[in-house]
Design a protein around this ligand. Sequence first.
Ligand code: SF4
Length: 537
Amino acid sequence: MSETVLLGDEAVALGAVHAGLTAAYAYPGTPSTEITEYLIRYRRKHGTPIAQWCANEKTAYEEALGVSFAGRRALVSMKHVGLNVAADPFMNSALITINGGLVLAVADDPGMHSSQNEQDSRLFADFARVICLEPSSHQQAYDMTREAFDLSERFQIPIMIRLVTRLAHSRGNVTTAEPRPENPVAKSATPASWILLPANARRQWRALLERQPEMRRYTASCPHNTVTGADSPAPFGVITTGLARNYYIENIEDLGVAPPHLHVGAYPFPADMIRKFVGGLRRVLVLEEGYPYLERALRGVLPPNVDIEGRESGHVPPDGELNPDIVRASLGLKSRPGLTIEGLTLPPRPPQLCAGCPHGDSFHAVTAALAGFPDAVVTSDIGCYTLGALPPYNAIQSCVCMGASVGMAKGAAEAGLHPVVAVIGDSTFLHSGVTPLLDAITEDTPMTLLILDNKTVGMTGGQPTIRPSSQLEDLVRGLGVPADHLHVLDAHPRHDAHNTAVLRREVEHRGLSVIIAVRECLETIKRGKQEQVAARA
Ligand code: SF4
């Protein structure tokens, strides 16, 4: 046993290692990236566990499933929107008789610090009918992850650990426990349960439903769902989930009388426990990070004469992150005086590409090539280059989800718009851009795909792309893009005139073309040099 200071993400990673983890798979995505980065560093130092970046969240989940099939323990991690990509294997894996423990760590991003939405992964766990554990501290992130592997093997289901940004990216003390060895290889003893043909799937689905009462008994008695101050004379009760507990606790002493408090850290939520907790109360305030998931559910659990207050009722803001001040206002407390520093005016700092970023040069070329086409459409995607939507570029018109630039460009072109350019990064292209490109190749859609190849996953800190930049051209050619409409450009400003001319020629072409603009991310160049210096020292 020892004490250490870890990010919430790192606490999940170390908890998994100490639970006997064999392999971890992931696609980088803020705020979950540091789970796998920690495991990659850990492997370099200790030789285990397997820790790999994957092409996307779906492939990551499927690889973890294979580890479970082999009887060993696997962790798969992703950001919340990544679970949309992995939803197919995730939902179906709930029906399989899980063999080695399978834990899915999902980091939600309420407030959308670095995301397209603030969807709440607890609903996905409910949708799949599996257990979700929601830590409220770094220690719990470690402990719950360890426990999740045991639960996965006990209930033979995947278990979700739901984090949120503030926990994933803050540091806290963690006391570690004795590491457990890895499971031996032991192929699933129920291989038919892994074949989801309708006859098997119906049997497995019933078996999952039959396990629900046992799961509810677990959450009703586990230490993650707790009641304090049940005898309090306060006229209302407070129910917290996950990190919201901390914001509530920061305000308790100003309430005078602390209300009865029920905290939920494990789902399916303990309905009987909540009914008993509410007892004769006529008002409960539900504080939860994310959607009004519990608040809504309680409307079907508690008597109609109990006022349930939360995000949906308007007593807590319906969107964004919680914080101690927001919770304070929801509790009816006066706001605390702020700290004003006289004479300090901070200039606004809107997000922008690094000075000299190769994407900036590519956007200048795109804008110049599309001059004179007032109806030109530029769809784009998720990465540093999404900042091309902002001044001074104002170069892109969409960013919806990973890979959408390519499919949207195809649809827009087929609807009659011209010219249409899809701008996507190399890693996003490999994640989800290849399949819609196959559609465009099949139809020879009149559009131009511009792949911005900066040789890294830039936005999440410079992880390697799943295949090296040098293979992109061969890959695209191999998919069937005609050689005379496939170009590789050097995205350096000294080639601006040439690059603009090539782009102009291809946007005027009434068929499919692909242009790969290559220049390495400045940050990875800098990091590479620092590593060389460190290696020499
Ligand atoms: S991190 Fe790299 S790709 Fe992202 S803005 Fe900076 S230079 Fe450009």
